[in-house]
Design a protein around this ligand. Structure first.
Ligand SMILES: Cc1cc2nc3c(=O)[nH]c(=O)nc-3n(C[C@H](O)[C@H](O)[C@H](O)COP(=O)(O)O)c2cc1C
Length: 317
């Protein structure tokens, strides 16, 4: 592990990815940080984000991160996120919006160059195999190597995508990663807020799809998911989704920044208004078939649910 994370007070090279829409909240983030990794609270409304950070602070004195998706973030999000020790950002144009430690997740060398030029303290090389939204065309190890070659020696580059066990972490570190960032692995913990049915599908899942289907309010943003009734209904020839659905998604782009009531209980696999909100334990079970079951390719190698703190130790080589 590199010296940069150590300077932040993080002992193990394990970062739990911020998983938005309510999946990664205070318990998961606090457990990971308390165990010596870096826990991240995923994007929520500004008020909920602040409340989750306060609750996590009550559970651990160790560093905590929050994640913001740039095209969906409002001014109030940046204000609340500034209270975290690290702000991770994803998507959009890399731009420094916080005086504190800022890390941008990148899907290409050019995006990493832009983040570095914009003053990021570190970047994440996110590979194509990653769960959730990704714009990478390369695998994580390949992208890590290219980004490291493109940025000044010693600039911290973390790696996300396809990391499921200590062997994967070890390979990432040998390839020069500052730390490994894991999403799918940490969804399979009792502390994640995945709906129990979502956890079950992850345990059984073998195959993932990269699509743009669940793009209401966040269009043209490829995301990796498990197949379900909605993907069976809409994904035929074009894995991105039918042209008409993607056109509707484009029209809905301005909705992404608004704080709208949660309508996911009315979402149906056959209705072409498919939001990016994942099935959390608070949402209706119907979302298991009408919403996105975000998962990375590593899902095929994962079947056990393990406490987050135990995972931090088990993942560290
Ligand atoms: C369920 C889920 C939700 C995610 N949500 C976000 C998010 O809100 N913001 C973000 O920057 N990345 C998000 N990601 C991507 C992660 O940051 C990370 O790149 C990815 O999980 C790494 O790949 P892995 O899933 O194979 O570990 C999400 C990933 C998953 C699996």
């Amino acid at each position: 592990m590199g010296a940069w994370l150590e300077r932040l007070g993080v002992g193990f090279p394990i970062v739990q990815a911020g998983m938005g829409g309510g999946l990664a909240r205070h318990r998961l983030a606090a457990e990971v940080s308390q165990a010596g990794g870096l826990g991240t609270i995923g994007m929520l409304s500004p008020g909920a984000l602040a409340a989750e950070l306060t609750r996590a602070r009550a559970l651990t004195a160790r560093p905590l991160a929050v994640n913001l998706i740039v095209p969906l973030a409002r001014r109030a999000h940046w204000r609340e996120a500034a209270a975290a020790d690290v702000v991770f950002t994803h998507w959009g144009r890399p731009r420094r919006r916080t005086a504190g430690t800022w890390v941008h997740q990148c899907g290409s060398v050019s995006e990493a160059r832009r983040a570095h030029a914009a003053g990021a303290d570190a970047v994440i090389a996110q590979g194509r195999e990653a769960g959730g939204h990704t714009r990478a065309s390369l695998g994580a190890e390949d992208l890590l190597e290219r980004i490291r070659a493109a940025l000044p020696a010693g600039f911290p580059v973390l790696m996300a995508g396809g990391v499921a066990n200590a062997g994967d972490v070890s390979r990432a570190l040998s390839a020069g990663a500052e730390a490994a960032v894991l999403g799918t692995r940490f969804l399979l913990t009792p502390e994640s807020r995945a709906h129990p049915g979502y956890r079950q599908r992850l345990r059984e899942g073998q195959r993932t799809l990269l699509t743009e289907l669940f793009g209401t309010g966040w269009p043209a943003a490829p995301h990796r998911v498990l197949p379900n009734a909605a993907t069976d209904r809409w994904l035929g020839v074009d894995p991105r989704g039918p042209l008409a659905v993607r056109a509707l998604n484009r029209l809905s782009a301005p909705l992404g920044r608004l704080s709208l009531p949660d309508t996911t209980a009315h979402q149906r696999p056959g209705l072409p208004l498919l939001t990016p909100s994942p099935p959390t334990d608070e949402r209706a079970a119907s979302l298991l078939d009408s919403g996105p079951l975000y998962a990375g390719e590593s899902v095929a190698r994962l079947s056990d649910v393990r406490p987050a703190a135990e995972l931090v130790g088990a993942l560290t080589p």
